[in-house]
Design a protein around this ligand. Structure first.
Ligand SMILES: Nc1ncnc2c1ncn2[C@@H]1O[C@H](COP(=O)(O)OP(=O)(O)OP(=O)(O)O)[C@@H](O)[C@H]1O
Ligand SMILES: [Mg+2]
Length: 450
């Protein structure tokens, strides 16, 4: 399977990534807003102070007099331990205060560097009549920004905490969102994988609209598969019929001709021909049966089967063939041998086991068929008085086309036990071939869960 990435992981990555970016933006916005507010509040105090000083400036006898009220500078000291500077000027002349304080042409508030420290300055001015002409008096009040920096540090820490809480909540929501997005996929996957191999019904699990094309495609595929499977079942039956019928005709013709021919070498040739036809016919039949078994074990249809009835029917069908060799069936069958299985498959397996017993037994022998319940199992045992299994490894006789060393002239294709074994496995049962002690014959056991 070609697996590339994971929707869950990708969703998580995108959602958590977005949450991180949002948290960072939130932090920056919060911080800049807080900074702006802090600066504005400092400006307001500075402006109030500067205005109070400016109010105290008056002209007495042509002289500018400033009586700086205590409160004007005290209000700045209240805010923090920051140093405060002021300057009163008339045009470009400094009347009193710090002479080297940075200047501005307009009434404004600004930030500058003074004695190596950043300071915030506010300048206000008004015109006063001196000696008959209007003169502009300006007051500049400045303050260092240590208090502001300290306040901003506190705000930053709060902003980081808020950002982290936001990120944590967003991550939890992302996990929840990613999980619930992939849940329908998991539900469909579970519904499909829970199915038995024969279950080719369309998927009807409710799915979100995005998944509808996928389930539609899956259902269309299942429908095609179902059609082609039933076609191949028909094909197997048809092929069996078409192969066997002409072979039977050829065999019948050869038999008739054999009766009319006297010349020994022609008779030998005809007998070889009949045998070859028998081999082909058997091989074709067994191959098609095997294909059918492989197909049906993939789509096992289980129903309650009475093994006793099935066995009795097969023995009855084999009796005429057994009679030709004076072989007698001895049956011991228990009544309550019900198994869950596919009739056609079980019939096929049992026919092959009994067919072997008849085929490999010598004349005038007995085949014992026993059917009994052993705990949770139904056990069928077929024992004959033939040569028994002869092979280096008797379990290998269940391999495809495997034939033993004891077959002699007996026609066969080596698929009978393969079929029986596959049917046993498909029904969770076991097929056991018992090594015969010389002369006691073969013993085949088929155990199926009851
Ligand atoms: N009852 C038996 N007694 C002795 N040997 C047996 C018996 N049943 C099976 N065998 C051995 O096991 C081999 C495999 O059996 P299997 O039924 O698979 O094939 P087959 O009988 O040769 O061919 P066919 O596919 O036509 O049945 C046989 O060739 C034979 O050697
Ligand atoms: Mg066989």
């Amino acid at each position: 399977m070609n697996i590339q990435g994971s929707i869950y992981r990708r969703l998580m990555l995108q959602l958590v990534g977005s949450a991180a970016i949002l948290a960072a933006i939130l932090f920056l916005l919060f911080q800049s807003f807080a900074r702006q507010l802090a600066v504005e509040s400092q400006d307001t105090t500075l402006k109030a102070s500067a205005s109070a000083i400016l109010e105290s400036v008056s002209v007495q006898q042509g002289q500018v007099v400033a009586d700086i009220p205590y409160a004007a500078l005290a209000m700045l000291g209240n805010v923090s331990d920051d140093r405060v500077f002021y300057q009163i000027s008339r045009g470009t002349d400094v009347l009193t205060g710090y002479e080297d304080l940075p200047r501005s042409l307009d009434d404004t508030s600004w930030t500058a560097k003074y004695r190596d420290d950043p300071i915030r300055l506010v300048k206000v001015s008004r015109s006063l009549p001196i000696n008959g002409s209007l003169t502009t008096i300006a007051v500049t009040v400045a303050q260092t920004q240590d208090g502001l920096a300290q306040k901003l540090g506190e705000i930053s820490r709060t902003a980081i905490l808020i950002g982290l809480i936001f990120f944590a909540v967003a991550t939890i929501l992302a996990v929840w969102a990613a999980r619930s997005s992939v849940r329908p996929l998991n539900i469909v996957a579970a519904a499909v994988s829970r199915r038995g191999p024969a279950d080719l019904r369309p998927v009807t699990t409710p799915v979100p609209s995005e998944m509808a094309p996928l389930t539609q495609a899956l259902n269309a595929f299942i429908a095609r598969l179902d059609r082609s499977l039933s076609q191949s079942e028909d094909f197997i039956a048809e092929a069996a019929h078409r192969v066997r019928t002409p072979l039977a005709t050829v065999r019948a013709q050869a038999e008739v001709t054999l009766r009319r021919v006297d010349k020994e070498e022609n008779r030998v040739a005809l007998k070889q021909m009949i045998r070859a036809v028998d081999e082909s016919s058997r091989a074709a039949g067994q191959l098609l049966d095997h294909a059918m078994v492989a197909f049906r074990t993939d789509h096992l249809e289980r129903s309650k089967l009475d093994l006793r009835a099935i066995i009795e029917e097969i023995v009855e069908r084999q009796t005429p063939i057994a009679d030709l060799k004076d072989i007698e069936f001895l049956q011991t069958t228990a009544p309550d041998c019900i198994v869950l299985g596919d009739t056609i498959l079980i019939q096929n397996a049992l026919t092959n086991i009994i067919d072997n017993a008849v085929k490999y037994s010598p004349n005038e022998t007995v085949i014992t068929v026993t059917l009994e319940r052993e705990g949770a199992e139904v056990v069928l045992t077929v024992a004959d008085q033939g040569p028994g299994f002869e092979a280096d490894n008797i379990n290998a006789l269940t391999d495809r086309f495997a034939r033993g060393t004891n077959v002699g002239q007996t026609v066969g294709s080596g698929l009978g036990l393969t079929i029986a074994n596959e049917v046993a496995k498909a029904h969770n049962g076991t097929l056991t071939l018992k090594q015969s002690t010389k002369g006691s014959g073969a013993c085949v056991t088929l155990s199926l869960p009851a």
